[in-house]
Write a protein that binds this ligand. Structure first.
Ligand SMILES: [Zn+2]
Length: 165
């Protein structure tokens, strides 16, 4: 495919790897923290949180939803000594601009496939979605009892707003 980004990624990586300085870090996040947020291309997660790459596990998915991330969260807590969870949803999220039926109808049209069994997890109230996902984490038996802090990231001003539980 001529418009593929892959060749540019490969080229950029060659340059990156040529300047790479090997530091002795393992897979576990040194600050024992996991950040779950949206896959939105505007979110530069490490920079917006003032973190370095070795400090946090970062999971990005559509909307930053817990259901989608549970396997990774459980593994991070069990295997990588993560002991705190930061949950960030954001304003102007693509998942607030569509509803479940619109998404399902797109899949039907584009893929000729019925995806009614799939929870696409769109939402309308970003603060409520943070509270719902914190509730889910706190009530999931496989998630350790660790501090969980929820935020709404205000995309238009790049500021975090803490959600009081
Ligand atoms: Zn989003």
């Amino acid at each position: 495919m001529s418009n593929s980004v892959a060749p540019r990624i490969e080229s950029a990586n060659k340059e990156y790897a040529s300047k790479f300085e090997k530091i002795n870090i393992g897979p576990a996040p040194t600050h024992h923290v996991l950040v779950l947020t949206c896959m939105d291309a505007r979110l530069d997660v490490f920079r917006m949180l003032g973190r370095q790459i070795d400090e946090a596990d970062v999971i990005c998915n559509g909307g930053g939803r817990v259901h989608d991330a549970l396997r990774s969260i459980i593994c991070s807590l069990q295997l990588l000594e993560t002991r705190e969870i930061i949950l960030i949803h954001h304003t102007d999220c693509g998942f607030t601009h569509v509803n479940e039926e619109e998404l399902r109808s797109k899949i039907r049209k584009n893929m000729n496939h019925v995806a009614d069994y799939l929870a696409l997890m769109s939402f309308t109230d970003v603060k409520q979605s943070v509270l719902d996902d914190i509730h889910l984490l706190k009530n999931e038996p496989l998630v350790m009892n660790v501090p969980i802090t929820g935020y709404v990231y205000h995309t238009e001003v790049e500021k975090l707003g803490r959600i009081q539980q």
